[in-house]
Ligand binder design. Structure first.
Ligand code: NAD
Ligand code: AHE
Ligand code: ZN
Length: 369
């Protein structure tokens, strides 16, 4: 079938809106009509050329929501008409990783996903006979996409697509990092580096679990007002701090934070986030994605003296199990998504979403089809 998609032809170039050919679902696959998709910083990162797994031409997008149109043979958990959120971290419930109960990183289809193809090694997308790559197994910058059954969370049908699409990445990543990965306790002191689409959800998660002091760090002063609305108690603009921000944050937290989160993708800030943790028990969680070739560093003494460095992908959430619950939280008014969606646009304007993010003018832009 013909579908309308934003195609990334090469690194650093704007997306182009084109009619692309999409093959129907094969065994274990599902055809989904995408109704809305958010634009995450990771889409911009891959488009920039910094992603070692970035392939071109590709259809980017991993923060979508839509409706099942057709299922391939062997698909049992979904049927046409079901409302779904595509998962870049699937949940097969059968692989060693899923069965371990120690991680959300299902590996059932990770290798083909990283090569931009479906589990059988081929792409369903093409343009004039040339293969176009899938992205993160989701490719939501198209009005129809094909996704493996294990990479779809079934959600309630009254949930608005243009809001809950954000649960496909940003909301779950931020809130999940607090509750599933770091397991922040009530009364904790938390520092969040980066108050964008992810960091504000970390703030919201920290407030949900009853953190006491929630410090936000960002160089964009415009982020302060919204972050306070989401639960931030103190704002720190590194540009206004004289000297090293680490001792400043250690002082502010009276000895260091119980939990810190890096939500930017800057390896220098990852170090700061670790080093402003409390000696003996502070835990720092890396969420930000850093470019090819970049590495983190710290004195091992920081770890010897009890600080813990860890990372979180998709907030540690098991998509098919946890995403429907997070949709419930939104529908019950327990979490705020609406105030984070600052811009809504048609697919034809998707490059504006990248510009707005680059200029620090948006939190989340959502494309509706
Ligand atoms: P964003 O662009 O919306 O937000 C980034 C924020 O960082 C902005 O508010 C910006 O002002 C701030 N910032 C930039 N440089 C700074 C600096 N030097 N000091 C302080 N603040 C600074 O991006 P986002 O969508 O929130 O994504 C954040 C990061 O998380 C990206 O690296 C993205 O790729 C990554 N991410 C990771 C996962 C995961 O599963 N681990 C999921 C989603 C996104
Ligand atoms: N492909 C990159 C890494 C990109 C990355 O870290 N992706 C995160 C999700 S970001 C969502 O906005 C992730 O979940 N990673 C786990 C995984 O298995 O990909 C690289 O460096 O190669
Ligand atoms: Zn994302």
């Amino acid at each position: 079938m013909d579908v309308r998609a934003a195609v990334a032809h090469k690194a650093g170039a704007p997306l182009t809106i084109e009619t692309v050919q999409l093959e129907g679902p094969r065994a274990g696959e599902v055809l989904v009509e995408i109704k809305a998709t958010g634009i995450c910083h990771t889409d911009m990162f891959t488009l920039s050329g910094d992603d070692p797994e970035g392939l071109f031409p590709a259809i980017l997008g991993h923060e979508g929501a839509g409706i099942v149109v057709e299922v391939g043979s062997g698909v049992t958990s979904l049927k046409p008409g079901d409302h779904v959120i595509p998962l870049y971290t699937p949940e097969c419930r059968q692989c060693e990783y899923c069965l371990s109960r120690k991680t959300n990183l299902c590996q059932a289809i990770r290798s083909t996903q990283g090569r931009g193809v479906m589990p059988d090694g081929s792409s369903r997308f093409s343009l004039g006979g040339t293969q176009v790559f899938h992205y993160m197994g989701t490719s939501t910058f198209a009005n129809y996409t094909v996704v493996p059954e294990i990479a779809l969370a079934k959600i309630r049908e009254d949930a608005p697509f243009d809001k809950v699409c954000y649960i496909g990445c940003g909301v779950t990543t931020g809130i999940g990092a607090v509750i599933y990965t770091a397991k922040v306790e009530p009364g904790s002191t938390v520092v969040v580096f980066g108050l964008g689409g992810i960091g504000l959800n970390v703030i919201q998660g920290a407030r949900m679990v009853g953190a006491n002091m929630i410090i936000g760090v960002d160089i964009n002063p415009a982020r302060e007002e919204l972050a306070r609305k989401f639960g931030m108690t103190h704002f720190v603009n590194p540009k206004e701090v004289e000297g090293d921000i680490v001792p400043y944050l250690v002082d502010l937290t009276r000895g260091g934070a119980d939990y810190t989160f890096e939500c930017i993708g800057n390896v220098n800030l990852m170090r700061q986030a670790l080093e402003c943790c409390h000696k003996g028990w502070g835990k720092s969680t890396i969420i930000g994605v850093a470019g090819a070739g970049q590495e983190i560093a710290t004195r091992p003494f920081q770890l010897v003296t009890g600080r813990v460095w860890q990372g979180s992908a998709f907030g540690g959430a098991r998509g098919r199990t946890d995403v429907p619950k997070i949709v419930e939280w939104y529908m019950e008014g327990k979490i705020n998504i609406d105030d984070l969606i600052t811009h809504v646009m048609p697919l034809e304007k998707i490059n504006d979403a990248f510009d707005l993010m680059h200029e620090g003018k948006s939190i989340r832009s959502v494309v509706t089809f």
